[in-house]
Design a protein around this ligand. Structure first.
Ligand code: PMP
Length: 435
């Protein structure tokens, strides 16, 4: 904190005009967050001039880091022509075409302004298509801040029964919301089968992030996902993939890696090139619920800034710059970091592990197998380790998300990865010394 007087002062100002000085819970850090001044490539500078390797990348969205020349040029080119119209533009057609080309399961796309809205519109589309009220979601999996997607997100162990319960995340969640969301354990085919046997007639969709960050960043098993599709379809329900984060795992997202075609996919983050964005895409017959050409659609959907040409142009430039080689590079960096971090845990004799795929990894201060949300729930001792780890890394010039999530970016070189690894290694040394 001594090296960050500018951030401290800004936080004090912020506290007067924003609750807790904050407008985004996820970026709060005790005692105050660093305030970013600028970013370039894989680095960020705070208002006090401290430089950091950015391994948060705006919570995984900045896959090319900051100020990618193609993205900057595309935005600068668009600005003098206008930034948002009460009319569609060519740019949204082009970005939709790119997404349809990359995702075989997606025939058509609808844009939104956030991943939250992408998930929300996917859930509403599934309800409109099936005429059913309920969704099934994985215990502890995060899908943004739509009421129905927030259920069973933060149930404390005291609330855990043998099976997940539909617990509210926010105070004031209406009872009806809880009634219409069924939480299931991750990677458990039999539990899913049991839920469908009991309530299949009223289920519109199963919502799943194929590698749920808050539930441990452990991949869903391929056989589980295939069984999920079979069970859901047999009951007349849909499968929704939340690929808001996992689309950064490969050319065709996680669904490409897993070889599965969900009925609907929610997108966000990387597809906006650093601007607010989200989308829902999927099978043409399901997406038809949005179609206004024959009168009021089954599911009307608007949004003043939806598909604005600045976001669309930035997204296009960013996605075009994300080539198959980019993914190979990110996979390579990710693999070497996961390997290095695993070796560092061993070297320091520290209980822990490093999980993830491609450009994403996460550390857990547990030695038992990480299988689901319950298996990673941090006790008092783990919370303290995360705190020492997070602050130690910050002091060494590396930004990571709290609870140990790291997202890499294409401008990172092997040398950068080496420097990040060294900072992690030294910081794990601190954690070992203090535990
Ligand atoms: N789904 C997942 C898996 C996410 O991680 C997030 C955001 N971190 C969202 C949905 C919501 O996206 P947004 O923050 O753009 O609303």
């Amino acid at each position: 904190p001594d090296a960050m007087p500018g951030s401290k002062t800004l936080f004090e100002r912020a506290r007067k005009v924003m609750p807790g000085g904050n407008t985004r819970t996820t970026v709060f850090v005790d005692p105050f967050p660093i305030y970013a001044a600028r970013g370039e490539g894989c680095r960020v500078w705070d208002v006090d001039g401290n430089a950091y390797y950015d391994c948060i990348n705006n919570f995984t969205s900045m896959i090319h880091g900051y100020a990618h020349p193609d993205v900057t040029a595309a935005v600068v080119e668009q600005l003098p022509f206008g930034t948002a119209f009460g009319a569609p533009t060519l740019s949204e057609v082009e970005l939709a075409e790119l997404l349809v080309e990359r995702l075989p399961s997606v025939d058509q796309v609808r844009f939104t302004n956030s991943g939250t809205e992408g998930v929300m519109m996917a859930i509403k589309a599934a309800r409109a298509f099936t005429g059913r009220p309920k969704i099934v979601k994985i215990e502890g999996a995060y899908h943004g801040s739509y009421d129905f997607a927030e259920v069973s997100l933060d149930s404390s162990p005291a609330n855990w029964g043998d099976l997940p319960r539909s617990t509210p995340y926010a105070k004031g969640t209406p009872r009806g919301v809880l009634d219409d969301v069924i939480a299931v354990p991750f990677n458990d085919t039999e539990a899913l089968r049991a839920v469908f046997a009991a309530e299949g007639d009223s289920i519109a969709a199963v919502l799943i992030d194929p590698m749920p960050n808050r539930a441990g960043l452990i991949p869903a098993r391929r056989d589980y996902l295939h069984a999920m599709a079979e069970i859901a379809h047999a009951a007349g329900a849909l499968v929704i993939f939340d690929e808001v984060i996992s689309f950064r795992l490969g050319w065709s997202g996680a669904q490409g890696l897993w070889g599965i075609e969900p009925d609907l996919t929610a997108l966000g983050k990387i597809i906006g090139g650093g601007f607010p964005v989200g989308a829902v895409g999927g099978r043409a017959d399901v997406m038809a619920v949005f179609d206004p050409t024959a009168g009021k659609p089954a599911l009307p959907h608007g949004g003043t800034f939806t598909a604005n040409p600045v976001t669309m142009r930035a997204g296009l430039a960013s996605m075009r710059a994300l080539t198959k080689d980019s993914f190979a590079h990110l996979d390579c960096l990710g693999a070497s970091l996961r390997e290095g971090v695993t070796a560092s845990f061993e070297k320091h004799g520290l209980a822990g592990q490093c999980v993830g795929l491609g450009s994403l990894f996460k550390i857990h201060f547990t030695s038992h197998p990480v299988t689901d949300y319950r298996s990673i729930y941090p006790g008092q001792a783990e919370r303290k380790k995360f705190d020492v780890f997070h602050k130690g890394l910050l002091g060494r010039g590396v930004l990571s998300a709290s609870y140990g999530l790291f997202a890499l970016s294409t401008p990172m070189t092997e040398e950068d990865a080496g420097a990040i690894l060294q900072a992690i290694d030294e910081t794990l040394g601190d954690v070992a010394a203090q535990s």
